[in-house]
Design a protein around this ligand. Structure first.
Ligand SMILES: [Zn+2]
Length: 185
């Protein structure tokens, strides 16, 4: 006689059923590694659905073919091993870097004097934010204005030019005098 009705077997699947010494032995076989897991049920025949649920609760994946918990753990390990790869090279957030560069220009560039404060420069902002120096220059020119020379520098440049003109003038007088008097220059 049939120990289990077809319907019972169907509802208990993918576990296979047998009887041993009066107990129901339900067995699950891993489709991936072939490992077996047994559940010995003493006493009355339980509702068939409890059998697959028992294995599912123990960590078996029964969505398609039965896969044991250790095979699933191995599967999960792989993505974790792969994951660190992209992490050493975090994607450069260009937008965030541009915002930072923009903020730095705003904080350190003095529009009326046309000069950076606190030792800042286009180059330093580019270096600190990882943005290209051309981008910083253009942004500064467009939104804040051109770099201007410090007034002292402009003043000294004028003094130098004046002094050079004076030297030229004296040299020319010297040459004229020598020529007029017939002296060797
Ligand atoms: Zn397995």
């Amino acid at each position: 006689m049939a120990i289990f009705a077809d319907d019972y077997i169907r509802r208990a699947s993918p576990a296979s059923l047998s009887i041993h010494c009066g107990a129901i032995i339900s067995r699950m076989a891993c489709a991936s590694c072939g490992a077996n897991d047994e559940w010995r049920i003493n006493g009355n025949k339980p509702p068939a659905e409890i059998i697959p649920r028992h294995f599912a609760n123990k960590g078996w994946n029964l969505h398609r073919r039965p896969v044991c918990p250790s095979c699933q753990a191995k599967k999960k390990e792989k993505p974790i091993m792969i994951k660190p790869k992209p992490e050493p090279a975090p994607t450069f957030d260009a937008k965030a870097a541009r915002r930072e560069a923009h903020d730095l220009i705003a904080m350190t560039f003095n529009i009326p004097t046309g000069q950076y404060n606190d030792g800042y420069s286009d180059e330093r902002i580019a270096k600190e934010t990882g943005i290209g120096v051309d981008w910083v220059k253009h942004r500064r020119e467009d939104e804040f204005g051109p770099l201007k020379e410090p007034d002292e520098l402009t003043a000294m440049r004028k003094q130098l030019a004046d002094a050079a003109a004076k030297v030229e003038s004296i040299k020319s007088q010297f040459d004229q005098l020598c020529a007029a008097k017939g002296w060797a220059a």
